[in-house]
Design a protein around this ligand. Sequence first.
Ligand SMILES: *Cc1c(COP(=O)(O)O)cnc(C)c1O
Length: 404
Amino acid sequence: MLHFEDTLERELAGIEAQGLRRKLRQVDSPQAARIIWDGRELVNFASNDYLGLANHPSVKQAATEAVEKFGAGSGASRLICGSLAPHHQLEEALAAFKGTEAALSFASGYAAALGTISALLGRGDVLLVDRLVHACVIDAARLSGATLRVFRHNDLEDLDRALRSAAARRGVARGHRSTPRILVVTESVFSMDGDLAPLKGIVELKERYGAWLMLDEAHATGLFGERRSGLASESGVDGRIEIQMGTLGKALGASGGFICGSRRLIDLLINRARSFIFSTAPVPAASAAALAALALVQSDKGAERCRALWERVAQFAKLARREWPECLTAPRSAIIPVPVGDEREAVALADRLREHGLGIPAVRYPAVPRGKARLRMTLTAGHSAEDIARATALLEELGACRKS
Ligand SMILES: *Cc1c(COP(=O)(O)O)cnc(C)c1O
C-alpha cells in the first residue's frame, strides 16, 4: 500500500528537482502598480489589471453597492434561484460591448472555456487549437472527448493543413451519425508571449472549410479596438466569429469569464454548459464591479488609461530595440516576455529583481514549454515612465536577455 504523505513528498521532491516548485506569497495591499508583497514594496509588473480598474473608486463603489443591495452571496446556481439582476445587467452590457445578440457570464474564464467547448463538441468532433492556447482549452478538449489537433503557433499554412485533414474526416463520417463539428480555438493576444493572432487569415480559413471559431480575448478585452472591445473588432472580423470569449478579471478589474455570441449559442450554453449549470452564480459584487468597469473602459477615461498603457509599451519597445535587438521582438501588446530558457535561471533572475524592488515573475512549465522559461512583464496604465526605465536598466544590469 502506498503511504499517502510519503507519496506526496516524493512527488513534491520531483517538482523541486526540476526547478518547478511554486509557493504562494501573501500580498497585503490592493492590486496596483505598487504592491506590498511578502512585507515589502514592489513595483508590480505581474498583474493583468492592465488599466488599474481592480482598485478604481467607481468599480469598488459598484461592488459595495451591490453587496448592500443584493448581499454577499448569490445563494444558488443561476438556473435555481441565483440569477440576480447584476448578472443580467452585466450580460446585456457585454453583448452590447461586443456587438452580439447575447452574452453569458461564468464564475471564471476557465469555467467559460470548459463549459462552452464541452457543450458544443463531443466524441467524433474535432478541436483545432493553436499550440500556445491557454490550459483551459486543452482541459476542455479532454473533457469534451473531441479529437484534439494542434496547429503551429500563428501558422496559417499549418492551420489550413489541419482544417483540410479534419474536413476530409468529415467527408468519411458523413452518412453515419450527424456531421462531425470542427471548432478552431485561438487567443487574440497570447497570454505568455504577448503576440497577436492573424485573425483575418484564421477567419477566412475557418469559413472556407465550414469550421467554427472560438476566440479567447482574455488579454485583448479593454485594450484593442475603437471601443476597446478586443482585437476581433480592431481587425474588423468580430461579426464573423461564432464564439467570443473573454475574462472579467484582467483589464476589467473584477472576476469571472464570459461568452458572447448569438442568442441560440447562449441558450444552448444555459442548457448544456455544465460549469455554468452545476456551479453557484458569481457573487453580485463581482458582476456589478465588471459592469462598472465595462462602462469605464468605453468612456473617455478608459480611452485615456488605454493611451497611457500604450505609451508605456512604446517606451519599453524603444529601450528594448536599443538594448536587446536580437533578444526581444517589438512588443505587440502589454505582455512582454524576456526569454531566459532554463527554469532555475529564470527563478534566480526573478529573485534578484525582487531584491531590487521589482516584481517580474518567472514563468515556467507547465505555463510555457520546458526549457522556455522566461520573465513575463506586464505593463499597466499605472506604471510611470520611471518604472519602465528602472526595469529595463535593471534587466540589463542583471544580464537578463543575454545577447546570444
Ligand atoms: C486568464 C486566462 C483564462 C482564464 O480566465 P480566468 O478568469 O482567470 O479563469 C483563459 N484564457 C486566457 C488566455 C487567459 O489568459
